[in-house]
Design a protein around this ligand. Structure first.
Ligand code: C2E
Ligand code: MG
Ligand code: MG
Length: 536
């Protein structure tokens, strides 16, 4: 196929006009395949100039100039008409049909009534829009986003599927994806040099695929030339392939033969977010969803769970604060969550995720993690995570997690357990009963022996009345004992008396020692009761 310069300027334009009249611009068809099923899912119409002397001329030799002078729009309409005629022929001849994508130049957007002209052609052949897709290059969306959005909206109203061609070739790819309502993304591997699996290109490709998946957008990989590339694309969740590996652009008759020998399938979005989430809004930095996420009072993150591995995609500010490790968002996202969990904690976390996937309900767990930070070195923290499944794709699941750093709580609890153990050991040793009285709340926490011998609960409210009513204190000392607690409230440092306790009225030396806060206010009083017999 000829692809050099053969004419330029007005000579090229004149030749082009003549060629258009003579029907020398014809579409070739390049089939698109589902690499997992081997089915043909569609095709792209690619223009060729069938020159009487030069033979087949590649679009690279004439399209850039026709794009400059606007003649391209006439070629696009000519190609569109021939594609309509082709689909009509297939339908009438009961041949297999797949949707055909037609390329639309950025110039077409500014041609008045361009869509009306497409529509007139489509009606002429009595076709549904479901057989026709339109491809716009990403660069078409640059500079005039509002007009592109309006153009695509109008096509959507008419039922067309609109594809973004050559995604990744421009500079503003991600913004375009967010702002413009494309239905299918075409990612051209030829724009990404180097080794796919493992290389930098591979990382970019998988991130793009993942982002598109979470937006519910199918991706067609273009320029796939060998099976390794196709397998890599499949491994990251992109099944749709257009490239020399499966088929080259070919004339209509060959394409018809391919269709009749192949199995036909369709392109479907590969992921579904739960109904309550709007995928577009979910990722947009300005959306309500994002606002709620960012301002959520607790730490929150969104992560993806793939083949037993977790990758954090987004964290809010509070997440970083909760982790308390002076880590940046970048450091947190780069951190492999599973590497900070040891063999005891890892299964706990994994089980929670599996439960959440299985039940679709919120699940919770507590895990200890060893976190390294540049400033503080390694630290053990305990995190309570509550997770909820928010999306599913064939290869992975998306989770929303709320996290709370409960290290301090946990440490306090274990300190308390230690104290309790000491408390228990001491009381067993010396035959003494201990308790702790909280002045502000009138609550009493008894020692293990009090609980065992006197049948007290772990927390006694409305003390000392409860103990008096239970008969632990005899009625004749009741008033005195109540008065002790008033004295404690007023600042008595210690109190002591021998009191006959329990139904047996056994004499005990009862002592109180008060603890004060830094302002001198009584906070707690520690009570003990020792058998008087033991003393004598
Ligand atoms: P495109 O729309 O991105 O089309 C894909 C191009 O990649 C085609 O080049 C196709 O032949 C080529 N290709 C597909 N698979 C492979 C592969 O595995 N390896 C390699 N090396 N190349 C592959 P083609 O046909 O030369 O078209 C070039 C560009 O010209 C198109 O890129 C499109 O932007 C433009 N074009 C083609 N036909 C039309 C048309 O009717 N209207 C407009 N406006 N533009 C068109
Ligand atoms: Mg294209
Ligand atoms: Mg392309």
């Amino acid at each position: 196929m000829f692809s050099g310069d053969f004419l330029t300027g007005t000579a090229l334009l004149a030749a082009g006009r003549l060629a258009l009249e003579r029907g020398e611009f014809i579409p070739y068809y390049q089939a698109q395949y589902n690499h997992s099923t081997g089915m043909i899912t569609g095709a792209e119409a690619l223009v060729r100039w069938l020159h009487p002397e030069k033979g087949l001329i590649s679009p690279a030799a004439f399209l850039p100039e026709f794009e400059e002078n606007g003649f391209i729009s006439e070629i696009d309409l000519a190609v569109f008409e021939q594609v309509c005629a082709f689909v009509r022929k297939c339908l009438d001849g009961k041949l297999a049909v797949v949707p055909i994508s037609v390329n639309i130049s950025r110039k077409d957007i500014f041609v008045p009534d361009f869509i009306a002209k497409l529509e007139a052609l489509r009606e002429k052949y009595g076709l549904s829009t479901r057989y026709l897709r339109l491809e716009l290059t990403e660069s078409a969306a640059q500079g005039s986003v509002e007009q592109v959005i309006a153009f695509i909206d109008e096509l959507h109203t008419l039922g067309y599927v609109v594809e973004m061609d050559d995604f990744g070739s421009g500079f503003s790819s991600l913004n375009v994806l967010k702002d413009v309502n494309f239905d299918i993304i075409k990612l051209d591997l030829r724009f990404l040099s180097g080794n796919l699996s493992g290389g930098r290109g591979g990382t970019i490709v998988s991130s793009v695929i993942r982002m598109c998946q979470w937006l519910g957008l199918p991706v067609i990989a273009e320029g796939v030339e060998d099976v390794r590339q196709a397998d890599f694309m499949r491994s990251i969740g992109c099944d749709y392939i257009q490239g020399f590996l499966y088929a080259r652009p070919e004339p209509e008759e060959e394409f018809i033969r391919r269709l009749s020998g192949g199995v036909i399938g369709t392109v479907v979005p590969q992921l579904s977010l739960i109904e309550t989430l709007d995928a577009g809004a979910f990722w947009s930095p300005e959306s309500q969803e994002t606002l709620i996420f960012s301002n959520y009072v607790g730490g929150a993150c969104i992560f993806e769970y793939t083949n037993g591995r977790v990758e954090i995609l987004r964290v809010n500010e509070k997440y970083l604060a909760e982790m308390g490790m002076n880590m940046s968002e970048k450091e947190v996202i780069a951190m492999d969550l599973f590497s900070v969990l040891d063999e005891k904690n890892l299964p706990v976390y994994r089980n929670m995720l599996e439960r959440a996937i299985e039940t679709g309900e919120e699940q919770e767990c507590e895990t200890w993690r060893s976190i390294m930070s540049q400033c503080c070195g390694e630290e053990r923290i305990c995190v309570r995570s509550t997770v909820r499944l928010i999306g599913k794709s064939p290869v992975s699941t998306l989770f929303y997690a709320m996290i709370r750093n409960i290290t301090a709580e946990k440490n306090r609890f274990s300190d308390m357990l230690d104290t309790e153990r000491r408390f228990k050991a001491a009381s067993e040793q010396v035959n003494i009963y201990f308790w702790e009285y909280t002045v502000a709340t009138h609550e009493m926490r008894p020692c293990f022996r009090c609980m065992r011998d006197l049948g007290l609960p772990a927390l006694v409210t409305n003390y000392p009345d409860t103990a008096i009513e239970m008969g632990i204190f005899p009625p004749e000392v009741a008033d005195m004992y109540r008065d002790w607690h008033r004295q404690i409230e007023q600042g008595a440092e210690s109190l002591e008396a021998v009191i006959p306790l329990t139904v047996g009225r056994v004499p005990f030396r009862v002592r109180y020692t008060t603890e004060f806060d830094e302002l001198g206010k009584p906070v707690k009083a520690y009570g003990s009761a020792a058998l008087v017999i033991n003393e004598e």
